[in-house]
Design a binder for this molecule. Structure first.
Ligand SMILES: CC(C)(COP(=O)(O)OP(=O)(O)OC[C@H]1O[C@@H](n2cnc3c(N)ncnc32)[C@H](O)[C@@H]1OP(=O)(O)O)[C@@H](O)C(=O)NCCC(=O)NCCS
Length: 153
């Protein structure tokens, strides 16, 4: 039997605990449920959660301001990677951003994050710049961020 296709659900502040739980599986510096509740109370921010039945398996948050969108975070639990979930979440979030009036979407990604950079290049993003020493790291010096941008149709 084929694997079930996860649903994508619009995130609300009531999903803050779920978002924090997924984020914790994907990042060395997880955001708290309060962080997510505060972000999603801001009308410029929206998010999507991927879920198999009641089981969350991915999340993305965007901010849109005027004609620009920004990827705030995206994470997939390790055991659910390379199944197309991030690509689906990004595609749907970019559609939502376009309906909110965004004409391009920006993001920052750690210089060493080859997986995420491969995802973004595959989705049509191009490198637009670099922010020096942008990310703290658990056991080394701060790391540069690569800034990427993609036009929205
Ligand atoms: C980056 C991340 C979100 C990708 O999620 P994912 O669901 O595994 O990505 P997808 O399955 O949708 O991948 C789509 C395409 O992106 C590229 N890609 C994704 N992960 C890759 C990897 N580890 N190595 C090389 N290419 C990769 C591939 O082209 C892939 O297509 P393919 O599987 O047909 O080859 C996930 O690895 C993650 O949560 N990482 C930790 C958090 C993080 O780094 N977030 C981004 C911060 S900027």
């Amino acid at each position: 039997m084929p694997a079930p296709v996860p649903d994508l659900i619009a995130a609300t502040p009531l999903h803050a605990d779920v978002l924090a739980a997924v984020h914790e599986t994907a990042f060395a510096y997880p955001w708290s449920a309060d962080d997510f509740a505060t972000l999603l109370a801001d009308p410029s921010v929206f998010g999507l959660i991927a879920a198999d039945g009641g089981s969350p398996c991915g999340m993305v948050l965007f901010r849109t301001v005027l004609d620009e969108a920004e990827v705030l975070t995206i994470g997939i639990p390790p055991e659910r990677r390379r199944q197309g979930l991030a690509a689906r979440l990004m595609a749907d979030a970019m559609t939502v951003a376009a309906t909110r009036g965004a004409e391009k979407v920006f993001l920052e990604v750690a210089d060493s994050n080859a997986a995420a950079q491969a995802l973004y290049l595959r989705l049509g993003f191009a490198v637009a710049g670099r922010r020096k020493q942008y990310y703290r790291t658990p056991d080394g010096p701060p790391e540069d961020a690569v800034v990427m941008v993609r036009p929205l149709p």
